[in-house]
Design a protein around this ligand. Structure first.
Ligand SMILES: NC(=O)C1=CN([C@@H]2O[C@H](COP(=O)(O)OP(=O)(O)OC[C@H]3O[C@@H](n4cnc5c(N)ncnc54)[C@H](O)[C@@H]3O)[C@@H](O)[C@H]2O)[C@@H](O)CC1
Ligand SMILES: Nc1ncnc2c1ncn2[C@@H]1O[C@H](COP(=O)(O)OP(=O)(O)O)[C@@H](O)[C@H]1O
Ligand SMILES: [Mg+2]
Length: 284
C-alpha cells in the first residue's frame, strides 16, 4: 500500500454565494438506544459543526425524545416507525450507523447497506457487521471506523487483532487487511494514537490528537465529522483522512484549553469550529 501521509490533505470546496442547505447533504445518523442517547446526539452535533446541510437522528422510540432534547438543530425519527424510518433513509444522501445503537437493531444494517449510500459504520454497527458475518456486503462507499476491540470482533483472528495495537507497520497491515476483506470497502479507519486510514491500495497515518481523547464519546464525535465531510462531497478515504485530522486538532485545542485530564468529548465538539478554521486554506 502506498503511504500518502505526506500528501496534502483533501479540501472542502468553498461555499458559493448562492448555496443552500441542500448543497451540503442530508445526513441520517442511526443509534442512541436508551442509556446511550448522548452518543448519537454527539455524532449529530459534530456532523452539523462539520458542515452538513441537514441532519436527522433515527433512534429507538424510547430515546428519540431524549436525543431531540439535547439540541434544537437536528431532527429526530423513531427507528421502530418503519414507514418514517424508510422515508428518512430514502431521503438521506449520507448515513452513519452505530453509536449507542445497542444489540437490538442488527436488522437495520442490511437495510442501510442495501441503500448503497455513502455510509459510516461505527460502534454497534460494526458489532452488527461482525455478528451477522456481513463483511462481504460492505460496499465501496462505506467507511468502517473500528477501535482495536471492534477490529478484533470483525476479523475474528487473534494474531491479526493483536496487530491492531502494534506498531505503525502492523496497524497499517491490519487496516489494509480489513479494507480488502470487507467487500470493496471505501476505507477503514483504525482508531487509537496515530490513527490509520487505509483503502487497501493506500494508507495515511494521522498525527493530530492526544491521550486526552481517551474519554467516552470521542469516537462518536469522529463518526459525525466523517459523515458531515461525506455530505459535502468527499469520498470515503478523503473524508476519513480529513476527519481524523480535524478531530485530532479539535482534541489538541481542547487539551490546550482544559488539559488532557479534564477534557471530555463535548469539548471536542466545541473546538471543531476552530479546528476547521485552522485548515489551510480555510474552506470559506
Ligand atoms: N455517551 C454515550 O452514550 C456513550 C456511548 N458509547 C457507546 O457505547 C457502546 C459500547 O462502545 P465501547 O467502545 O465502550 O465498547 P467496546 O466493548 O466496543 O470497546 C471497549 C474496549 O475496546 C478496547 N479498545 C478501545 N480502544 C482501544 C485502543 N485504542 N487500544 C486498545 N484497545 C482498545 C478496550 O479494551 C475497551 O475497553 C457503543 O454503542 C458506543 O457508541 C460510547 O461511545 C461512550 C459514550
Ligand atoms: N491516545 C490517543 N491519541 C490520539 N487519539 C486518541 C487516543 N485515544 C483515543 N483517541 C481517539 O479517540 C477516539 C476514541 O474512539 P472510540 O474508542 O470509538 O470512543 P467512544 O466509542 O467512547 O466514542 C478515536 O478517534 C481515537 O483515535
Ligand atoms: Mg466508539
Amino acid at each position: 500500500m502506498k503511504d500518502v501521509s505526506q500528501e496534502p490533505l483533501p479540501l472542502l470546496a468553498g461555499r458559493g454565494a448562492e448555496s443552500h442547505k441542500g448543497d451540503f447533504g442530508r445526513v441520517l445518523l442511526i443509534g442512541g438506544a436508551p442509556g446511550m442517547a448522548g452518543s448519537i446526539a454527539m455524532s449529530a452535533l459534530s456532523c452539523l459543526r462539520s458542515g452538513a446541510g441537514l441532519v436527522t437522528v433515527a433512534a429507538p422510540a424510547a430515546s428519540a425524545p431524549v436525543v431531540a432534547s439535547f439540541c434544537p438543530v437536528y431532527m429526530t425519527v423513531a427507528i421502530g416507525k418503519a414507514e418514517d424510518f424508510r422515508e428518512s433513509l430514502e431521503a438521506a444522501t449520507v448515513v452513519a450507523i452505530g453509536p449507542g445503537l445497542g444489540e437490538n437493531w442488527d436488522t437495520l444494517l442490511p437495510l442501510v447497506l442495501a441503500a448503497n449510500k455513502p455510509t459510516v459504520i461505527d460502534a454497534d454497527g460494526l458489532n452488527a457487521l461482525a455478528r451477522g458475518s456481513m463483511l462481504e456486503n460492505v460496499h465501496a462507499r462505506c467507511v468502517l471506523t473500528p477501535h482495536p476491540g471492534e477490529y478484533g470482533r470483525l476479523v475474528g483472528d487473534a494474531s491479526l487483532a493483536a496487530k491492531a495495537t502494534g506498531d505503525d507497520a502492523e496497524r497499517v497491515e491490519a487496516a489494509g487487511v480489513l479494507a480488502r476483506r470487507s467487500g470493496a470497502s471505501g476505507a477503514v479507519l483504525l482508531k487509537g494514537a496515530r490513527t490509520v486510514v487505509a483503502d487497501g491500495e493506500r494508507h495515511a497515518i494521522n498525527k493530530t490528537g492526544n491521550p486526552g481523547m481517551a474519554t467516552g464519546g470521542s469516537g462518536d464525535v469522529l463518526t459525525g465529522v466523517i459523515a458531515g465531510l461525506m455530505a459535502q462531497g468527499l469520498g470515503p478515504f478523503d473524508a476519513a483522512r480529513l476527519g481524523a485530522h480535524v478531530h485530532g486538532v479539535a482534541g489538541d485545542l481542547a487539551a490546550a484549553r482544559l488539559g488532557q485530564i479534564s477534557m471530555i468529548a463535548t469539548d471536542l465538539i466545541d473546538e471543531l469550529p476552530h479546528a476547521f478554521q485552522r485548515l489551510d486554506p480555510t474552506p470559506f
